[in-house]
Design a protein around this ligand. Structure first.
Ligand SMILES: NC(=O)c1ccc[n+]([C@@H]2O[C@H](COP(=O)([O-])OP(=O)(O)OC[C@H]3O[C@@H](n4cnc5c(N)ncnc54)[C@H](OP(=O)(O)O)[C@@H]3O)[C@@H](O)[C@H]2O)c1
Length: 200
């Protein structure tokens, strides 16, 4: 399979890369890192990416962020930052990408535990993660008619990120990378569609 892996140099993305590199043809994407450069907050940049890469069998997105701050500090612009990146960045990749995915192929997006299990300072991530989950549920039926599957992996805080962000997640259980990567493999190589694959 030819797999376009957006965020393929990141904490989660590089582990997906390591697992799949010997089995599939992988093209990694980041703003500065990876085989091809693209900014998912810019739809023109996404169009250029697909024009240059051409037809693929699977699109995987393990990228997209949102600001973390207390509710009292948040403004509309903070929300738009998360919407442009983690929400519409992933949705635009799927919307534009559907024209480039071969029949029998798949799209795998990434949301996160905060859609279901909130923390202080995480309201924007709770919001956009919920939206990404909703997009996948809503889009699966029409994509099915095109012969394309779509799922979203919703990880808890991964082991490798505990040092950096674990302090924001009191009482959360770090998730082994092996389990998180398995969820992406299940989405890419399996048969499920329209699923929110929770790995908490
Ligand atoms: N880590 C966790 O514990 C955890 C838990 C739940 C959910 N998630 C979600 O999983 C996803 C990946 O998280 P991560 O921790 O692996 O992130 P990360 O380590 O920060 O890596 C982010 C990756 O995305 C690329 N990237 C960043 N901004 C981009 C943009 N605007 N356009 C295209 N590529 C971009 C980066 O490459 P460049 O630097 O070259 O741009 C890098 O490859 C995120 O959506 C995150 O919210 C993570």
């Amino acid at each position: 399979m030819k797999i376009l892996l957006v965020g393929g140099t990141g904490t989660i993305g590089k582990r997906i890369y390591w697992r799949l590199q010997n089995k599939h043809e992988l093209v990694t994407v980041g703003t500065k890192s990876g085989d091809v450069h693209m900014d998912m907050t810019d739809p023109h940049s996404i169009e250029e990416l697909f024009n240059s890469v051409g037809k693929i069998d699977a699109l995987v997105v393990a990228a997209g962020g949102a600001p973390m701050a207390s509710l009292k500090e948040l403004t509309q612009e903070h929300f738009y930052e998360g919407i442009r990146s983690k929400m519409m960045g992933q949705i635009n990749l799927a919307l534009i990408g559907q024209r480039y995915i071969n029949a029998g192929g798949s799209i795998t997006l990434t949301s996160g535990i905060l859609a279901d299990d909130p923390i202080a300072m995480g309201v924007i991530l709770s919001t956009v993660n919920g939206a990404v989950n909703g997009f996948v549920v809503g889009a699966a039926g029409e994509l099915f008619r095109q012969g394309i599957r779509i799922n979203v992996v919703s990880p808890g805080v991964v082991e490798d990120s505990m040092e950096a962000i674990g302090g924001y997640f009191p009482g959360h259980n770090p998730v082994p990378m092996e389990r998180v990567v398995n969820a992406y493999v299940k989405s890419i190589e399996g048969v499920r569609t329209g699923e929110i694959i929770r790995v908490f």
